[in-house]
Design a protein around this ligand. Structure first.
Ligand code: HEC
Length: 144
């Protein structure tokens, strides 16, 4: 009887300790997650820093650019131009790879995937999180 109680106590102790360890490991994981490490700027901050120079802080474009540059498109009308649905993967693709519109000549929309990675030394998940934040920000600014 006594030994059984002891065994139970030991078992409960082991369970409790491993649950505690798991919890600690989860917390550690959260602290080491890319989001915590990257100290990620919001989509709005990223946009104002990297994109507003061409697309304007209001996302409507800064107007005519001197030749041979193209006029950056109005980014508040993406949903409207895609039948009311925000073209999320299209935007993400452009951010990763640049605008590949060979029929328009050289793509003048810079590729931010490689830029964020090479110029700022971010790893792949940090680049993806920035692209996600930027995409969500542009999505939040669509006119109806
Ligand atoms: C050097 C100027 C410049 C900068 C900086 C720039 N863009 Fe662009 N962007 C353009 C131009 C020009 C186009 C049109 C490309 C084309 O037609 O070949 C474009 C196109 C786009 C498109 C496609 C729009 C459409 O109507 O299909 C998106 C989305 C976009 N940019 C988002 C961004 C975001 C987000 C940033 C910041 C990370 C950014 N751009 C930074 C010039 C720029």
């Amino acid at each position: 009887m006594f030994t059984r109680a002891l065994r139970y106590a030991a078992l409960i102790g082991v369970l409790f300790a491993s649950a505690h360890k798991l919890h600690a490991a989860q917390q550690e994981h959260a602290a080491n997650s890319p989001a915590a490490r990257a100290n990620l700027p919001s989509g709005e901050e990223l946009f104002n820093k990297h994109c507003a120079v061409c697309h304007g802080q209001d996302l409507k474009g800064v107007g005519p650019a001197p030749a041979p540059y193209k006029v950056p498109p109005d980014l508040t009308r993406l949903s409207r131009r895609h039948r009311g649905k925000f073209p999320e993967s299209y935007v993400q693709d452009i951010l990763r790879n640049g605008a590949l519109l060979p029929e328009h000549g050289m793509a003048q929309m810079p590729a931010w995937g490689t830029d964020f990675r090479e110029m700022h030394g971010f790893d792949a998940s940090e680049v993806e999180m920035r692209i996600t934040n930027l995409t969500n920000y542009i999505k939040s600014r669509q006119i109806k």
